[in-house]
Ligand binder design. Sequence first.
Ligand code: FAD
Length: 429
Amino acid sequence: MAWDFSTEPEFEKQLQWMREFVRDEIYPLEVLEADDGSFMRIVRTLQKEVKERKLWATHLPPELGGQGFGQVKLGLIHEILGASVWAPTVFGNQAPDSGNSEILANFGTSRQKELWLHPLLEGKLRSGFSMTEPHNAGSDPVDLSTTAELRGDEWVINGHKWFTSNGMIADFLIVMAATEPDAGPYERASMIIVPTDTPGLKRLRNIPTMAGEHERFGYGHAEILYEDVRVPKENLLGERGKGFLIAQHRLGPGRIHHCMRWLGQARRAFDMLCERALQRRAFGGPLADKQTVQNWIADSAAEMQAARLMTLHAAWVIDREGAPAARKEISLIKFFGARVLHDVIDRALQLHGSLGYSSDLPLEEMYRHARAARMYDGPDEVHRQSVARYILRDYKAPKGPWPREHVPTRREAARRKFAAMLETMTADV
Ligand SMILES: Cc1cc2nc3c(=O)[nH]c(=O)nc-3n(C[C@H](O)[C@H](O)[C@H](O)COP(=O)(O)OP(=O)(O)OC[C@H]3O[C@@H](n4cnc5c(N)ncnc54)[C@H](O)[C@@H]3O)c2cc1C
């Protein structure tokens, strides 16, 4: 029997340190009114402490400074970091740099690692992942219009992308482009590293979104034109036509980390829900005494527990059998986790009334971010579709016109099966 929900005591000590560090050192950053320079100085001091604790960029393999933690341990770490928007930056695993560093670590050549990965890890460069296009369905990206043609020693890239997170401030982008027009749908695209100062790369704008990130943090999601952008052929990442395979590698564990981060956010909203329920009084008593509020608390606790166990289970399957074996589990938690995040924040916001709707509390901002979770890394509907397809593979249609459990048909079969016995029993009577 190997089912075990406990955490190794040594690792639990590290998690405890992280919880306290995030609460005492990182939460206060969220409300600090400092200029960029002073802010980054504080962040760098905190990063130094994280590195000394050997908790920097833990998602990477040990040879690059990670700890070789499996996905279960990484999941538990991300649950803590997800509670604050700044914690991933302080711990060296903020998206999209973390996913990009992972693919560079796993698929990059030694030259690519030297040029892009090491400076990225040292915080000297920023990156973006440029796949989604305005005129093709991002939920089914096999029809990418962006092309990369090998002419001599150079890739020549043409296309129109949008929602490239970090795009306006990135030093380089990993671009998904069709390089094999005649191949099957999943073998058409490749990944190519493109420095953002390459001629022909035009960063049009940060797309204004309901999250308003571009205003507050300067990063946001960029619309980018690639017009005869030329990069050396050595900038191909991995093999030609393997873009989707590599993307899968990036997105599988990445979704676990997202889901665990969402749980950290949901937990924070839940704490606010419970505290306010005890603090605020209406109709002769605290809100905590109203049954609707009790239902919100109980439902949120149950949903968060379910999402947590499902996510850790998916992480466990990845650790034992690899990411491809966990596809169904990953899709399950992607849409389920996004809904739990949304619903818990929504209840907490509602309970705080107009205060919850105001920017005097972080809930309205958390809510705006939570809405996007139902879209990025694959919309809910696509993950539901995948889950249903995986499940249906294990079933086949019953023969004949009736469902397998049709009682009259089963009764008739049972009579035939036990006819001899029934006859003996009748004779005995
Ligand atoms: C905050 C944020 C950050 C992002 N960051 C990046 C990034 O860094 N790089 C990048 O390349 N992209 C990024 N994206 C883009 C994101 O990956 C896409 O928005 C997503 O894949 C959906 O693609 P789409 O917007 O083209 O929607 P479409 O593909 O046009 O889908 C629209 C809607 O159709 C419905 N739908 C689609 N398929 C089905 C189906 N099979 N069954 C039922 N309904 C369906 C869904 O409701 C879906 O929301 C980001 C998006 C957001 C919101």
